[in-house]
Design a protein around this ligand. Structure first.
Ligand code: PRP
Length: 207
């Protein structure tokens, strides 16, 4: 497992908007989309590419394109706010969905949707979820993806708690985590501190 924290002033500025409790849903959604673009740009840095030649107006030039269209997997609900950014950068990508809700008492993920290709062995896979807290939700998803043959997965998350990073490390997943920040800790409700609250509720204005 590898963890890449993206250190960039524009990333930090968008993260600050997300953290601010006064940020309303429309601005929250825009900041999440923009921050996701930057994180996914970094996440895509190691995608395999193939060379091909194009004709410029002057002469042939060797260029490149992605070798294989990736699969992006937003984790519902909160991961949906990262999907538009992913498809903007990776228009050839296909999308799988996993629906999870964390039990507020046990903190265990309850799965309510699983819509994934049967075989992921030949595809780069990017898992999108703004929050890595206990790591239970990410571990559930990474197991689903690995069962389908996915290798070298990338988890793109806005914030990670040290506890969640440690849990994925202990699970020995073949995953690279790309995040804007590793926060201090989890509180007694397994919320990331200082965090940004509930990313699902805040982007959708859920009641
Ligand atoms: C949040 C978040 C992750 C999960 C992280 O989702 O978006 O999916 O919790 O927690 P964990 O690392 O402890 O598993 P939540 O279950 O609140 O659902 P939502 O996306 O519908 O808000």
């Amino acid at each position: 497992m590898r963890v890449d924290v993206v250190e960039h002033p524009l990333v930090a500025a968008r993260l600050t908007v997300l953290r601010d409790r006064g940020t309303q849903p429309p601005v929250f959604r825009a900041a999440l989309r923009e921050l996701s673009t930057m994180l996914i740009y970094e996440a895509a840095r190691e995608l395999p590419a193939v060379q091909h030649t194009v004709a410029t107006p002057l002469t042939p030039a060797v260029g490149s394109r992605l070798a294989t269209a990736p699969i992006v997997v937003p984790v519902l609900r909160a991961g949906l706010g990262m999907l538009e950014a992913a498809l903007g950068l990776l228009p050839e990508a296909r999308t799988g969905f996993v629906g999870l809700a964390r039990d507020e008492r046990t903190f265990q993920p309850h799965a309510y949707l699983e819509s994934l290709p049967a075989n992921l062995a030949d595809y780069p896979v990017l898992l999108l979820d703004p929050m890595l807290a206990t790591g239970g939700s990410a571990a559930h998803c990474l197991n689903l993806l690995a069962e389908r043959g996915a290798k070298g997965m990338v988890l793109v998350c806005v914030l990670a708690a040290p506890e969640g990073v440690a849990a994925l490390d202990a699970g020995d997943f073949d995953v690279r985590i790309v995040t804007a920040c590793i926060d201090e800790r989890l509180d007694d409700d397994a919320f990331i501190v200082p965090g940004l609250g509930d990313a699902g509720d805040r982007q959708f204005g859920a009641v």
